[in-house]
Design a protein around this ligand. Structure first.
Ligand SMILES: Nc1ncnc2c1ncn2[C@@H]1O[C@H](COP(=O)(O)OP(=O)(O)OP(=O)(O)O)[C@@H](O)[C@H]1O
Length: 349
């Protein structure tokens, strides 16, 4: 099946400054993808390149097989049939909710326009607010108007730049789920820029991880969590502690947290005895209790989180690590406890 959006070997620069290099990925029709990465890594730049606001220095972008941009030409944004929702909503303050949503439908006959606006008001659950102005709405409601306005002309692809960043955490999560539902109903593909990991997990069929000017990995949220391509991706998609280690024998790595048996997938690397590796230890990989491979660590602090507690431990080499553990463990600051690592992610240095 031909992908809806095809980005091939895209490179973006501001003057001499390289922002993105060798970015390639496909988005299928109806698929929702989120771009995640640290501040300044080029998420907005990539979105702008797809929307047509930013030229490519190399590579190409096509939508439904039709070329949009390459290093010679850039199809103007308004001809791309791509909807865009900005971070600040950019609603027209002097137009009502209904008029804002209908703005891009001015070429449609009145009856059709009214019908489509009514459909969208129902979809984003704002029918009772149709005659209100943006300033009379909450942030979440304004965001839904912006979404409805972008969806109104039935774009093939919707681009959203940090659409929920002005909202509080709870509303952000519920809107991310709601938007996913609305996009599914409308069968519209979307690329959503965010720096909130849980928002990306809640909304995306696929996630793209951008860091150090490259698309590090493009995959399902499950695969990204289970098998991140490198330590940078692991740190972006999950909480954890990055430790240094080295291969000591077939299938075994030595770290400041003792000897660790590594997952079968990483064993191929174990030909290189003595070679340095990076070990990413998440809370679920840290197991308290007496064991041949455990080392004694000191409890530095404990924060109660309800059904779990966030602990900070000092390792024998002085390094501090953190882990969220069940409240069944009743460790207190100052205690010395045995702790071992089980099946952490291991990356070649
Ligand atoms: N018009 C511009 N001219 C020069 N450099 C720019 C311009 N716009 C952005 N940049 C730089 O390009 C890099 C990528 O910016 P971009 O806005 O794409 O990052 P981002 O990942 O969206 O960041 P954030 O998460 O903070 O919004 C940054 O280093 C930024 O300073």
């Amino acid at each position: 099946m031909q992908p809806l959006l095809q980005v091939i070997d895209a490179e973006c620069r501001y003057g001499e400054k390289l922002i993105l290099e060798s970015v390639s990925f496909d988005l299928q029709a109806g698929e929702i993808a989120c771009l995640l990465g640290p501040s300044g890594c080029g998420k907005t730049t990539l979105l702008h390149a797809i929307a047509g606001f930013q030229p490519l220095a190399r590579g190409s972008i096509a939508l439904g097989g039709e070329p949009l941009s390459d290093n010679r030409r850039v199809m103007p944004p308004e001809q791309r049939k791509i909807g865009v929702v900005f971070q600040d909503y950019a609603l027209f303050p002097h137009l009502t909710v209904e008029q804002n949503i209908g703005f891009g439908l001015r070429d449609l006959p009145r009856v059709e326009r009214t019908a489509r606006v009514g459909e969208l008001l129902a979809l984003v659950q704002l029918a009772q607010h149709a005659q209100q102005y943006p300033h009379q709405l909450s942030g979440g409601q304004q965001q839904r108007v912006a979404l409805a306005r972008a969806l109104a002309p039935k774009p093939r692809l919707l681009l959203m730049d940090e659409p929920f960043s002005n909202l509080d955490t709870e509303l952000r999560r519920s809107l991310a789920t709601e938007v996913r539902h609305i996009l599914r109903e409308e069968g519209i593909a979307a690329l959503i820029v965010t720096h909130d990991r849980s928002e990306a997990f809640a909304a995306g069929d696929k996630l793209g991880i951008l860091a150090n000017a490259h698309l590090q990995q493009w995959d399902t949220p499950q695969n990204l969590y289970r098998t991140p391509a490198n330590a940078a991706v692991a740190r972006i998609v999950s909480e954890g502690n990055l430790l240094r280690g080295k291969w000591i024998s077939e299938g075994w790595v030595e770290t400041a947290l003792g000897r660790v048996a590594v997952s079968p997938a990483a064993r191929l690397e174990s030909g290189h005895i003595g070679k340095a590796v990076e070990v990413f230890a998440r809370s679920e990989d840290l197991v308290p209790g007496e064991h041949a491979n455990a080392v004694t660590v000191q409890v530095l602090s404990k924060s109660f989180l309800g059904n779990s507690a966030l602990y900070a431990f000092r390792l024998p080499n002085g390094r501090k690590i953190e882990a969220t553990l069940s409240t069944d463990y009743r460790f207190e600051p100052g205690n010395e406890v045995p702790l071992r690592l089980e099946s952490p992610l291991v990356f070649s240095d």
